[in-house]
Design a protein around this ligand. Structure first.
Ligand code: SF4
Length: 192
């Protein structure tokens, strides 16, 4: 059972030296540190990103990420709008997001400033925020990549310690159809 702790951070937006060739992002942000999904192959479990290495039982919830992001963008003189990847070291739609809504709060800030966004997730909870994603898509660009690790459900059980969902193409189609309706680009990311 994951335990949650609040964490004060000074900054929330990571600026990359180069645009990421896989995810096209110049910026990234993670509103959580640690991930409830706890996939066995994930670098977010390493000591570099989580001091509870190999064990994501403590998830840090960053305090006021939307306020910090808004202030960063407002005050920046040399910060051109570019794609923000959500997220780097957590799934932005881990189950706790349902209650804490940190990802949604940050999306509202990106919407306000008309910054494009690329969501990377394994969770159908992303459907909750199609209203904001549709607005961002209308004003600039929004994309959702829905990750499918494997179509072998036994393998998925071994790799994704806390099961995210059954491998079920109906879930994937549902998400992609919903994103298409609101003009948000959507992709399936398949790990081989
Ligand atoms: S859902 Fe993504 S960020 Fe979370 S543990 Fe799995 S691979 Fe890592």
């Amino acid at each position: 059972m994951a335990r949650f702790e609040e964490k004060q951070v000074k900054s929330i937006l990571n600026i990359h030296k180069y645009v990421d060739q896989w995810f096209w992002d110049k910026y990234s942000l993670s509103v959580y540190q640690g991930c409830q999904f706890n996939c066995i192959y994930c670098y977010a479990r390493s000591r570099k990103y989580n001091k509870n290495s190999g064990n994501n039982d403590i998830i840090y919830i960053k305090k006021d990420p939307a306020f910090i992001l808004d202030r960063r963008i407002e005050r920046a003189r040399m910060l051109p709008p570019d794609i923000v990847a959500m997220s780097g070291v957590c799934d932005p739609y881990l189950p706790a997001e349902k209650k804490h809504r940190k990802t949604r709060d940050c999306l509202e800030v990106l919407e306000k400033h008309r910054w494009p966004v690329h969501i990377l997730t394994k969770s159908p909870l992303v459907l909750r925020d199609t209203d904001i994603l549709a607005n961002i898509a209308k004003e600039t660009w929004a994309s959702v990549t829905f990750t499918i690790t494997t179509i072998d459900s036994k393998m998925a059980e071994r790799g994704e310690l806390r099961r995210i969902r059954n491998v079920d193409d109906r879930v994937e189609s549902f998400i992609i159809d919903n994103m298409d309706i609101c003009d948000v680009e959507s992709f399936s990311g398949i790990s081989i």
